[in-house]
Design a protein around this ligand. Structure first.
Ligand SMILES: Cc1cc2nc3c(=O)[nH]c(=O)nc-3n(C[C@H](O)[C@H](O)[C@H](O)COP(=O)(O)OP(=O)(O)OC[C@H]3O[C@@H](n4cnc5c(N)ncnc54)[C@H](O)[C@@H]3O)c2cc1C
Length: 496
């Protein structure tokens, strides 16, 4: 019997029903479609993965199903490796074209894409991949990239007429076989304290940001507590594609035009949407930075691994209150603003003098918005592994005084210090024996003494980095980085 003919839309980090080029192309192609997502065991188990990411995906798929249901369109979520899913599907149906977005992700997913591409080629199936946000595949340098970004962001969104999509009715036995075993409950049970996934929530966050929260955006950007409200909090929705960057850019421009008092904070916000694509573009062009320094000559920097120091950092027990509060907060909620992320990385790399790779993996698991194309370049910038920029070592005590002067954020996340007054909370190691007993915070018992002295450690790090800056191999690498990866726009890498 002839196999039924169809197309496939393969969802990846684009879990939405609007501004969606693959869906649009499938609707225009006219053939019945299979809408597919794969929870791949190898990806679920990779070191950067955490159940929080997959819960967000699970919730996003539930939301997408709600969007598709009125059109009678089922979404098949398979708990299996993608090549195996395609292999089984192609045995039963004749697929003409697979539509998906290009994916700039880990080496693991790149290898999987190559395996899928090989399989599809062998079976004579076309695979049409579309540009994801402002990221261009195959670039050799960044000349012209900002113009291409601006052009793409101003273009009309890829409108999807869901009524034009016709589902291919797969036999229930095949659907069950493709779906694989159920996902463990840890991936499907919502946890309080985390942003929920899905296009509907994404727009709710956008509306509350643009209508209520954006006014204080620039002023609160660096504050660990106030940023939780005044920043957009769109990052997980952008990372998993509940929103496209273009949708947000265009929505922000509309609001800025209608409400001139928001024009400045929204311009500041839009600059960050450009950075979003800028960093992913870097990663797209040099994905080996997942494993080695962007400035390859920095591989010669010797760091002494101290497991106990790393664990103290990873669990919020370094003895530096703001560092510990930030780590505990991100472990519990998946979110931290830019400056506090940068401070955590700077502390690990420059103050504790630990290698960056285990830290990058640890924080990847904590960030609900884990986006490899932003995470790895940003992580390396903060550890100075990029080389070709200004070295910034965040002083955790100064950050604490500047951005949490009353110690509210610290007290929320480090309850051991709850009774210490604001004037003493930033440097608890200065508490006298009497004060320790008075404020119920015995150093070394209730709360740790600092792992190391910040001032001395930072001076040593600066000294080593200065020597590195004069190293001809480092300088040659810097030139290569500037020529190949830097964006010709003015200073996109300046931290807020
Ligand atoms: C070490 C380190 C790791 C990071 N890892 C990630 C990551 O895995 N995923 C991620 O989305 N962001 C990452 N960032 C960037 C930034 O911290 C977050 O995007 C931001 O805090 C998210 O909050 P928001 O959505 O409220 O941002 P807003 O300030 O409201 O910005 C809007 C959007 O712009 C983008 N954006 C904001 N700041 C940056 C930036 N500095 N670089 C690139 N894009 C930016 C994000 O998509 C964000 O959602 C990292 C930063 C550092 C220092």
């Amino acid at each position: 019997m002839a196999r039924p003919v169809c197309n496939v839309v393969w969802f990846k980090r684009d879990l939405r029903g609007r501004d969606h080029a693959p869906l649009r192309a499938a609707a225009e192609a006219g053939l019945p479609v299979v809408l597919l997502f794969t929870f791949e065991p190898s990806y679920l188990a990779c070191p950067e993965s955490d159940p929080r990411h997959w819960r967000f995906v699970w919730q996003s798929l539930a939301d997408l199903r709600q969007t598709l249901a009125p059109f009678g369109l089922p979404l098949l979520a398979c708990h299996a490796e993608a090549p195996a899913v395609f292999d089984q599907l192609l045995a039963e149906v004749e697929v003409k074209t697979v539509f998906s977005y290009q994916e700039t992700n880990l080496a693991l997913t790149f290898a999987r894409d190559r395996a899928v591409a090989h399989l599809l080629r062998q079976r004579g199936v076309a695979w049409r991949e579309f540009q994801q946000n402002g990221v261009l595949r195959g670039l050799r340098h960044r000349q012209g990239w900002p113009q291409a970004w601006a052009h793409y962001m101003a273009a009309p969104p890829d409108h999807v007429d869901l009524a034009r999509l016709r589902p291919l009715a797969l036999p229930p036995e095949l659907t069950a076989r493709l779906a694989g075993p159920p996902l463990p409950a840890v991936y499907t049970t919502a946890l309080p304290g985390f942003q929920p996934g899905g296009e509907r929530y994404a727009w709710r966050y956008w509306h509350s940001f643009s209508q209520e929260r954006a006014a204080h955006y620039s002023r609160h950007l660096s504050k660990p507590e106030a940023s939780r409200r005044s920043c957009s909090r769109l990052s997980p929705y952008l990372a998993f594609g509940n929103l496209s960057v273009r949708q947000v850019v265009q929505a922000a421009r509309q609001i800025a035009d209608a409400q001139p008092q928001l024009a400045r904070p929204l311009a500041n916000f839009e600059a960050r949407l450009l950075w979003h694509c800028h960093y992913i573009q870097k990663f797209e062009m040099d994905c080996r930075m997942e494993h080695r320094p962007i400035n390859r000559a920095h591989a010669k920097v010797e760091k002494e691994w101290k497991e106990d120091w790393f664990q103290a950092w990873a669990t919020g027990l370094t003895g530096y209150p703001l560092v510990d509060a930030c780590m505990r907060c991100v472990v519990a909620t998946g979110y931290l603003n830019f400056r506090m992320r940068a401070m955590l990385v700077s502390f690990l790399s420059h103050v504790l003098w630990q290698p960056w790779q285990p830290g990058a993996v640890h924080l990847a698991r904590q960030f609900l918005d884990f986006e490899p194309g932003i995470h790895y370049p940003q992580f390396q910038m903060q550890t100075y592994a990029v080389g070709a920029h200004f070295l910034r070592i965040y002083d955790p005590v100064k950050q604490s005084h500047d951005h949490d002067p009353a110690g509210h954020f610290i007290k929320q996340w480090v309850p051991e210090l709850a009774q210490v007054p604001a004037s003493l909370i930033h440097e608890p190691w200065r508490l006298s024996a009497l004060e320790q007993s008075f404020y119920h915070c015995r150093l070394g018992i209730d709360y740790p003494r600092p792992l190391t002295d910040y001032v001395q450690a930072a001076a040593r790090a600066r000294q080593i980095q200065k020597q590195l800056d004069q190293d001809p191999e480092v300088q040659a690498e810097n030139l290569r980085i500037v020529r190949r990866l830097s964006n010709p726009l003015p200073a996109p890498e300046v931290a807020e």
